[in-house]
Design a protein around this ligand. Structure first.
Ligand SMILES: [Mg+2]
Length: 336
């Protein structure tokens, strides 16, 4: 049913229409969500598993660009949460969604946002279990809580890494930050195909959900790279009470990122300092290198060794091929 247009002729939706017509179909596969018609949802983890919860919020102009496509904003909102579940070794099952829409939101925008969620629900095997829709006088604000399950007692924490462990990262680094640079017009002259790849990595990161369930019993510690490699490595090291040495030349780069950095060498710190990659950074025993390679191959993702964990007190350092330390300020963290 189409709501009456407002005085200015805009097609402005009401809360019940948004929930009943646009969001309720996203809950159709979840028996415990009762079509979003009750006050809460029920979830039973599989036998021998326990529940893992994570939440992220995104604000227009801070975590995404206001003119990013609504489908992409929806996918990023879901995927950054699935990335956290994967890094903990969990399998995603469902999610709760809070949307705070500014008064001038168009119902077509909300429909496209829900289409993005529907596509990713099919891709990652999750469904909507509940949430809330409110109005805000501020910028568009979104929050999503993802729910997953992990074998009992096997969640992979940030702490637990040991000095001597190898340090691995999945996929490639720096693409998202370079994609943001493309969107801000900082990489003119980059071939269209490379620019499009980097922008897609910024807008629609690839959570490593296939690798996640292989991490319990293999990774001593893990987290996803959201703030930037060196910043997130710092989190892992402080939680584990270790130091780290990252071999800068080993950081995995996509062909598009290599081309972009050749074009603009002053951005070379982004693979280590840029955010939004949503790759998994993890530590594993050196004797488990073959198991890591096998798990990555099984998951269809690259996992490369980028460094070594050191005893506490050694700090977190990046070194070049000759083993010389690279000043961290050259690997600066950028945010907008
Ligand atoms: Mg995280």
């Amino acid at each position: 049913m189409t709501p009456p247009a407002g005085a200015d002729g805009r097609d402005r939706p009401g809360e019940f229409e948004i929930i009943g017509e646009i969001f309720a179909p996203l809950a159709a596969d979840a028996p415990g969500a009762w079509g979003l018609k009750d006050d809460a949802a029920l979830f039973h983890p599989s036998a021998g598993f326990e529940t893992v919860l994570t939440v992220d919020a995104m604000v227009a102009g801070v975590h995404f660009l206001p003119d990013d496509p609504p489908e992409s904003i929806a996918k990023k909102l879901l995927r950054v949460n699935l990335s956290d579940l994967a890094a903990k070794g969990a399998v995603p099952r469902g999610y709760l969604l809070v949307t705070a829409f500014p008064p001038d939101i168009d119902i077509g925008w909300i429909r496209r946002f829900a289409e993005g969620l529907a596509a990713d629900q099919a891709r990652y095997g999750v469904s909507l279990w509940g949430g809330d829709t409110v109005k805000t006088p501020g910028p568009l604000t979104l929050s999503l809580t993802a729910i997953g399950e992990v074998p009992q007692g096997r969640i992979v924490r940030r702490g637990g890494a040991e000095a001597g462990d190898d340090l691995y990262v999945t996929g490639t680094l720096g693409d998202a930050a370079l994609g943001l640079a493309v969107l801000k017009g900082e990489l003119p002259g980059l071939a269209d195909e490379h620019a499009a790849f980097l922008v897609s990595r910024y807008r629609e990161p690839e959570p490593r959900t296939a690798l996640g369930p292989a991490l319990p019993g293999l990774a001593h510690a893990a987290l996803d790279v959201s703030d930037g490699l060196m910043a997130d490595l710092g989190h892992l090291c402080s939680a584990s009470g270790v130091g780290a040495r990252v071999e800068f030349h080993r950081l995995p780069l996509s062909p598009a990122a290599e081309t972009a950095l050749r074009l603009k060498p002053e951005l070379r710190g982004l693979p280590a300092g840029g955010g939004d990659d949503y790759e998994i950074l993890f530590a594993a025993a050196p004797g488990d290198a073959a198991r890591v390679a096998a798990a990555a191959a099984q998951a269809g993702v690259e996992a490369v060794r980028i460094g070594t964990l050191l005893p506490a007190g050694k700090g977190v350092a990046a070194v070049d091929e000759a083993g010389r330390e690279i000043p961290l300020k050259q690997l600066g963290y950028r945010h907008f």
